[in-house]
Ligand binder design. Structure first.
Ligand SMILES: [Zn+2]
Ligand SMILES: [Zn+2]
Length: 156
């Protein structure tokens, strides 16, 4: 199967599982990520111009984006095509025993995650009542600290 140009004309899609960066030969990408290309002061357009033979995205990644954009409509599609990411924090980041880890996720991912430490502390309780109490407690902390009701409102 031959490489082809994405619908928006920006990406060269390959049927290979992985692609590599033309500037540093680093492999294992499913997409030449803007953040990585920035390390070389380049963007996807530069790659297409300077290395027209180099795929910039795998078919798997492309299909995933296309299906997401169909669900999310035009706006989401635009965001995803720009491959924006965001930093999210642990849902329990206000707890003293949280690891306060952050991680980088795609823009459409949830606005928080459960860090390994909090997970190991079994904070994601399946007991409805227990987590209700925890939620109310957390909500109070948030209200006090940030004047908002939950973490999603303060994590951009
Ligand atoms: Zn590179
Ligand atoms: Zn945590």
């Amino acid at each position: 199967m031959e490489n082809f140009i994405s619908k928006n004309g920006k990406q060269l899609i390959t049927y290979e599982k992985e692609i590599k960066c033309p500037y540093c030969e680093k492999g294992g990408f499913i997409q030449l990520h803007p953040k990585h290309l920035k390390l070389h002061n380049k963007n996807v357009n530069d790659v297409r111009k300077e290395y027209p033979e180099y795929p910039t995205m795998t078919i798997e990644r492309y299909n995933k984006q296309m299906s997401i954009s169909e669900i999310g409509g035009y706006k989401t599609k635009e965001l995803i095509q720009d491959s924006k990411t965001k930093i999210v924090e642990c849902y329990y980041k206000l707890d003293d025993d949280c690891s306060h880890e952050t991680k980088e996720v795609e823009i459409y991912a949830p606005n928080g995650f459960l860090c390994n430490k909090c997970r190991s502390l079994k904070k994601e309780s399946k007991d409805g009542r227990e987590s209700d109490i925890a939620n109310i407690k957390r909500e109070k902390t948030f209200m006090g600290k940030y004047k908002v009701r939950n973490a999603n409102q303060i994590i951009k």
